[in-house]
Write a protein that binds this ligand. Structure first.
Ligand SMILES: C[S@@+](CC[C@H](N)C(=O)[O-])C[C@H]1O[C@@H](n2cnc3c(N)ncnc32)[C@H](O)[C@@H]1O
Length: 254
């Protein structure tokens, strides 16, 4: 199916959903990215969020041109704003071109957080082939995700931030380059279970009490391997992952 037909179908489905709920008296406030809801979405009209989202989308991504992942990006902005009330550094594992991290940095004005470092970890060459399990391969993840060649772009995007540290290479090997022992914000988005579990195991004891961890893929049906792995991890730490309708998951360090 061509991109144009897919876009047309998405737009038609969205307007049909809007029409149905409007007729039922509950107009949708948000219908993007597999999430349709009549709940309030006030963040969409917040100028600070709008500019953060615009900057995130301006990082040179190669997804479709009408990408709408506002609610997922907003979740991360909220978690990062919450982290400003805690001591500690910020970390994103799985950066791609920096859509979310660039948005978050604007939203919390990270340039002014001179005493904190934002660590950005990625191979910048996609998911290492050997990290897919047989089940993830069978679910089509290896064929689906292509993220090569983003390093130069990311370097340029974050060059103006003296407190950003780009860590290039594969997790888990690069984790020790994050020297921080106090992390207040952690976002994990690598689309396969193995490096994500390595990351949460590395950072869990480094998270300060109250820190929020956002798992971008946790609640997507095709990412069941990650969901199972994080459920087992959370149980081993006597906690639970909060499943979000955005497809994300959330953990809070007690
Ligand atoms: C879905 S993208 C991240 C999107 C990003 N969070 C954003 O907001 O645009 C997944 C990224 O994870 C990276 N990645 C996957 N496996 C990795 C690993 N083992 N080590 C480091 N990076 C990895 C890929 O290179 C890719 O850039």
């Amino acid at each position: 199916m061509t991109e144009a037909i897919a876009r047309f179908l998405r737009a038609s489905l969205r307007s049909a959903a809007f029409a149905v709920t409007k007729a039922a008296g509950t107009p949708l406030q948000y219908a993007q990215d597999n999430l349709a809801t009549a709940a309030a979405a006030d963040f969409l009209s917040d100028p600070r969020f709008a500019e953060a989202y615009r900057l995130g989308l301006s990082t040179g991504h190669r997804f479709r041109s009408d990408l709408h992942i506002e609610w997922r990006v907003y979740t991360c902005c909220w978690a990062a704003a919450h982290a400003l009330n805690l001591p500690g550094d910020f970390v994103e594992c799985g950066v791609y071109t920096g859509i979310t991290s660039r948005a978050v940095m604007h939203y919390v004005d990270f340039e002014r957080c001179g005493d904190r470092t934002f660590y950005l970890l990625d191979t910048f060459e996609g998911i290492p082939t050997e990290q897919f399990t047989a089940a993830e391969r069978a679910a089509g993840l290896e064929a689906r995700y292509r993220y090569e060649g983003t390093f130069e772009r990311v370097r340029r995007t974050f060059a103006a931030f003296p407190n950003v540290r780009i860590v290039r290479g594969a997790i888990p090997e690069t984790l020790a380059q994050v020297v921080s022992d106090r992390v207040a914000y952690l976002a994990i988005d690598m689309n396969v279970a193995a490096p994500e579990i390595a990351a949460i195991e590395y950072f869990w004891d480094r998270l300060v009490p109250g820190a929020v961890v956002v798992l971008d893929d946790y609640n997507w049906l095709r990412h069941v391997e990650q969901r199972r792995a994080f459920d087992a991890f959370a149980a081993s730490r006597s906690t639970q992952v909060l499943a979000l309708p955005t497809g994300q998951g959330m953990l809070v360090k007690a």
